[in-house]
Design a protein around this ligand. Structure first.
Ligand code: 26Q
Length: 776
């Protein structure tokens, strides 16, 4: 037995002296995690001398880290064997809460990047907020979403180290708090590089006021504590916008300022006050606009704190920062009311004004530009995206089409001014979590054929291409998919008490609920299929299980209405004995990283059906591809690059392209589609004619109206559901027929998708950032 195993057993015996098989999941989890922490201790201490990249993000959606840490340390199988020897089920960790300090794609991307950075041996460290409560837990009551607090600390936090002596003070208008760092190791594959994710927790300067307490003012005695703790208390569950809330701005400033102060403190240890060297030592990536307040804050720290001139400080800021945009929709770009900004951050606002003045000056001396097009402060608001473009050296989009839209539309004026700043860096995902860990069966299949170097070099998957014509390989691939369906079915039965028919095709759409992602289009098409099967219009059909998962922001009524609608449709279909051997529909509850790890490997069809031009990239599309699902999707986000790689003939792409939608302009009249096409009318009418019920809330009526009449803030059918409806139904049916008629031929498509997934590794993405943006 080696030292690691001894430590695990030693830790266990401290928790439970006698019979290890009686240990609770939490006890086993603690014992193993602490043993790994001990194992990595000395490697983690060694500080890199090279230039460091810092990833500033309001969200890090890590999911469960125990498996990935064990895998990357090369301890996964060893640990599982050890547990088995002591009659402990190696699956115990599945009972341990996973953390959810993120909403969706943007937060999960940050987590994939950290894994890749450490694996590549780059010094890439994350900086964010240690929310006390992460994204809410979702349950359904009569088909409606209910939210509960996510108490991710219930199982303890063995992976974090509180660094009390590295705390920093953060000042707001009239209040000040401590920012206390909790550091988590980020273990690269092979365990050679261990980076850090530093999450800040807010705490009061004075936890308790005894004088007030003695005066029996109990509330006031803890008022400061409560106010301070509010700042890092909860992750905002919106993943687009909301009216500028002062607490949200406080959160953003809190972690931005704390991270910058800690970076400067570290820098000064080696370079004293030689701040010109800062850009040689640090690159800071701003993950969307959420940390963009870092820009005026670094100016302030350098000018007011270190006596640099504005122009010296500006030059440093511009070299240090770069900005990633994750959203196209202009209305989703963060803006703060000047009055709110000044109230919350009075000491920072003057630096925004200085930036604005510098910009004015620059534009003023350029006769070809209209100063009105370039204003960081306009209409009484501070525009964070504009500030980010102006004061950084790099702006990037997250897929080719997205970057093009940024250049041509969203940030057009800025692209005209600074074309050299714009880059595209298409997203990627880590194959360690999204293949090696979540699909061990497929991993083995791959390794048996091409060796295991794909784990750190995903382009190796190309070598699978010849197996597309090997019947035996295709047969095995089918068996693996079946096995993953069985595993998923067990899981869904345990979590949601619903029985999946694993003989069926699994057609999966999992992602945050959004009108632009068009879960409602999927539901409409399922209902149309149902009528088609019931009435005999559709004859040849391979039985299909339609799976949905995803959370709606608690204040987003339409998104919640769509969940309710899907659940109602599911009831209608699942209880109809005339069709329920041909189709079933389920909306799984509380979709999160762990659920994704079960769902994605079991999918045959990956639903990626956003309106063209709306989904910046998508990343689950890449995870599905890697796991051998074919994409049923639109010409949007990274779908375009997926079919570029794997071939359009191996996927199912449909619907209007961005250019077509643009050309259509004001001439789109969804009512005409509604009136002319009975199938469209029928699914639309299901919202209002009693086919299904919203329980009296009126939300179905609202959805119906929003499509046919629009609303004060948008025109009718803003996301073109009715335009794409028939092409979608047709394509979906064609895909089904392909599966039905020739399984081998279909599986060949799956294999070719896997074989061409190489570029969608976040290893490629992070290497590109390192080279083209961070100059590491
Ligand atoms: C903004 C203001 C106020 C409150 C919340 C927010 C907020 C929070 C989260 C705005 C946006 C987000 C998250 C956005 C997000 O996840 N975007 C996704 O990013 C992925 C990674 O690049 C892309 O693949 C997806 O296409 C994109 O939707």
């Amino acid at each position: 037995m080696n030292a690691y195993e001894e430590t695990v057993l030693q830790n266990l015996s401290e928790e439970i002296p006698a019979d290890f098989s009686k240990a609770t999941p939490k006890e086993v989890y603690m014992a193993v995690s602490k043993a790994v922490m001990k194992q990595i201790f000395s490697t983690w201490q060694t500080k890199s001398e090279r230039k460091k990249a810092c990833y500033f993000s309001a969200e890090f959606l890590l999911g469960r880290v125990i498996h990935s840490n064990l895998l990357n340390m090369g301890l996964l199988e060893e640990t599982e064997n050890l547990l088995r020897q002591h009659k402990i089920d190696p699956k115990v960790f599945e009972k341990v809460e996973d953390d959810a300090l993120g909403n969706g794609g943007l937060g999960r991307l940050a987590a994939c990047f950290l894994d890749s950075g450490a694996t590549l041996g780059i010094s890439l460290n994350g900086y964010g907020i240690r929310y006390r409560y992460g994204l809410f837990r979702q349950t359904f009551s009569y088909g409606e979403q209910k939210e509960e607090a996510d108490d991710w600390l219930a199982f303890g936090d063995p992976w974090s180290v509180r660094r009390e002596n590295e705390r920093v003070r953060v000042d707001f208008g009239e209040e000040s708090v401590w920012a206390v760092p909790y550091d988590m190791p980020v273990i690269g594959y092979g365990g050679k590089t261990i980076n850090t994710l530093r999450l800040w927790q807010s705490e009061p300067l004075h936890p308790f006021d005894f004088e007030l307490f003695n005066e029996q003012k109990y509330e006031e005695a803890v008022a400061e504590k409560n106010a301070a703790e509010r700042i890092s208390n909860v992750l905002y569950p919106n993943d687009d916008t909301d009216e500028g809330k002062s607490l949200r701005l406080k959160q953003q400033y809190f972690f931005s300022s704390a991270s910058l102060q800690s970076i400067l403190r570290e820098f000064k240890k080696s370079y004293a006050n030689d701040f010109k060297k800062l850009p040689e030592q640090y690159a800071i990536q701003l993950n969307d606009t959420h940390p963009v307040v870092s820009i005026p804050e670094l100016l302030r720290l350098l000018i007011a704190g270190e006596n640099l001139s504005f122009s010296e400080a500006f030059s440093i800021v511009q070299q240090v920062f770069s900005y990633t945009n994750h959203t196209i929709m202009a209305e989703a770009l963060e803006k703060w009311d000047v009055s709110l900004f000044c109230t919350v951050l009075p000491q920072v606002y003057p630096y925004v004004v200085m930036l604005q003045n510098r910009l004015r000056h620059e534009i003023g001396s350029n006769s070809q530009r209209n100063p009105d097009d370039y204003s960081l402060i306009a209409g009484g608001k501070v525009h964070m995206a504009k500030m980010a473009v102006y004061a950084t050296h790099s702006v990037n989009g997250v897929a080719k089409i997205h970057t093009e839209i940024l250049k041509k539309k969203t940030l057009k004026e800025w692209y005209d001014l600074y074309p050299e700043r714009f880059h595209n860096v298409t997203n990627g995902v880590t194959q360690r979590r999204w293949l090696a860990l979540c699909n061990r069966e497929l991993s083995k299949f791959i390794t048996n054929r091409i060796g295991n170097s794909w784990i750190t070099n995903l382009s190796e998957l190309e070598k699978l291409v010849p197996y597309a014509d090997d019947p035996d390989s295709l047969k095995q691939l089918m068996q693996i998919k079946k096995e993953k369906k069985n595993q998923l079915a067990d899981y869904v039965y345990r979590k949601d008490n619903f029985g999946l028919n694993t003989e069926n095709i699994f057609d999966v759409q999992v992602k945050r609920l959004h009108e632009y992602k068009r879960q409602l289009l999927n539901a409409f098409s399922i209902l149309d299929l149902y009528y088609g099967l019931k009435e005999g219009r559709i004859k040849d059909f391979y039985p299909t299980t339609f799976i949905f998962g995803g959370k709606a922001a608690p204040g987003y009524d339409r998104a919640k209405g769509i969940i309710k609608y899907i659940n109602e449709i599911a009831n209608l279909i699942n209880y109809d004995d005339a069709v329920n051997r041909k189709m079933q529909v389920v909306f799984v509850s509380n979709y999160d990283v762990s659920y994704a790890e079960k769902l994605i490997p079991a999918a045959d069809f990956s639903e990626q059906i956003s309106t063209a031009g709306t989904e910046a990239s998508g990343t689950s599309n890449m995870k599905f591809m890697m796991n051998g699902a074919v994409t049923l999707g639109t010409y949007d986000g990274a779908n375009i690059e997926i079919v570029e790689q794997a071939g359009e003939e191996n996927n199912y792409i449909f619907g209007a392209r961005v250019e077509e939608l643009e050309a259509l302009g004001e001439n789109y009249h969804p009512r005409i589609f509604y009136e002319r096409e009975p199938r469209i009318r029928r699914v639309m009418d299901s919202l209002v004619n009693g086919t299904v019920t919203d329980g009296g809330s009126g939300v179905f009526q609202e959805l119906y109206r929003s499509i046919l009449d629009g609303a004060s803030w948008h025109r009718a059918d803003y996301y073109y559901l009715l335009l794409d409806f028939l092409p979608y139904c047709e394509t979906r049916l064609r895909a089904n027929q392909d599966y039905l008629r020739d399984r081998t031929k279909f599986t060949r498509k799956c294999l070719l998708n896997i074989a061409h997934a190489g570029v969608f590794s976040s290893d490629r993405t992070v290497s590109q950032y390192a080279k083209e943006i961070w100059y590491l």
